[in-house]
Design a protein around this ligand. Structure first.
Ligand code: NAD
Length: 277
């Protein structure tokens, strides 16, 4: 079964399932992305912060697949929030990836407590978008109050908001706000870096369906309508995480997994995170 696409608010189509490369060492990245492309993934989620953009680009070029068929996302790192730094950082990302066009460029974190206002950063993102080398722009780790400021002080609506979402952090308020404003939610750490896979409610559903816990959790995201990009460097798991479109969770199973929400983050809180390298 093929991966469905979701239409962003500017008409660009994004594959709902992708491959994330956070914490994939640069020396392992070419192999990991090659494997993902062989398995059938056509969407890669990277970031300047991950230190592996060059290898992501190399793997795509070496695959023989037309680069226009692979949806690539990268993100502006925290140290580059000033306008001029942001424009330079985008150029560097394009150089490192070695691609003509980027599909999606995101502000990685809002950093609301540093001395650069993320509204300035978003205006730089608008300039980048206007330049035509990037098909869509968006944000990551933005809460509704951050987004409201963008709506009132800038012109372009973010196409996506990439936030932490998994069964222990349903993040439904932010997701609902995104949906109300034509912003697609992307769920990062969709299996909570593995933490939710031993949950008895999830293993029971997996057993009933003859699927793995990772497949059950990823399928839950898909049926909620979010975009996901699980990370693994193990071929068997990369294949497993891709096989999500030949089964379904029923309403009761969806509700059981949604009921596991306990507001538990695996990553930083966007309202207080202020790390600048
Ligand atoms: P994840 O939830 O995808 O979990 C990955 C870990 O789970 C792997 O290291 C592996 O140990 C394990 N795993 C993967 N597949 C498995 C399987 N089938 N069975 C058992 N274990 C399995 O965590 P992640 O990498 O943090 O998140 C995915 C992607 O989200 C990242 O690679 C990155 O692209 C993105 N991300 C974005 C942000 C952000 O701030 N925007 C933050 C974190 C992650």
């Amino acid at each position: 079964a093929t991966v469905p696409t979701i239409r962003l608010n500017n008409g660009v189509e994004i594959p709902q399932l992708g491959f994330g490369v956070y914490q994939v060492e640069p020396e392992n990245t070419v192999e990991a992305v090659r494997t993902a492309l062989e398995v059938g993934y056509r969407h890669i989620d990277t970031a300047e912060m991950y230190g592996n953009e060059k290898e992501v680009g190399q793997a795509i070029r070496e695959s023989g697949i037309d680069p226009s068929e692979v949806f690539v996302t990268s993100k502006l790192n925290n140290g580059f929030h000033r306008r001029d730094d942001a424009l330079r950082a985008f150029d560097q990302t394009m150089n490192d990836l070695g691609l003509e066009q980027l599909d999606l460029f995101l502000i990685h974190w809002p950093l609301p407590t540093i001395d650069v206002d993320y509204v300035e950063t978003w205006k730089a993102m608008e300039e980048i978008y206007a330049g035509g080398r990037c098909r869509a722009i968006g944000v990551s780790n933005f809460n509704p109050h951050h987004l409201r400021r963008l709506f009132s002080e800038t012109d372009v609506r973010p196409a996506v908001n990439q936030i932490e979402v998994h069964p222990y952090l349903a993040n439904d308020e932010v997701r609902a706000f995104d949906a109300d404003h034509e912003i697609v939610t992307e769920a990062w750490s969709p299996i909570a870096q593995g933490k939710v896979l031993d949950d008895p409610a999830i293993t029971a559903i997996a057993e009933t369906l003859g699927r793995t816990p990772a497949q059950v959790v990823l399928r839950w995201h898909v049926q909620r309508g979010d975009v996901v990009f699980p990370k693994s460097v193990t071929r068997k798991r990369v294949e497993e995480n891709f096989a999500l479109f030949d089964f379904e969770l029923d309403e009761g199973q969806m509700a059981t997994i949604s009921g596991l929400d306990r507001g538990e983050r695996t990553g930083p809180d966007p309202d207080t995170f202020d790390y600048v390298p």
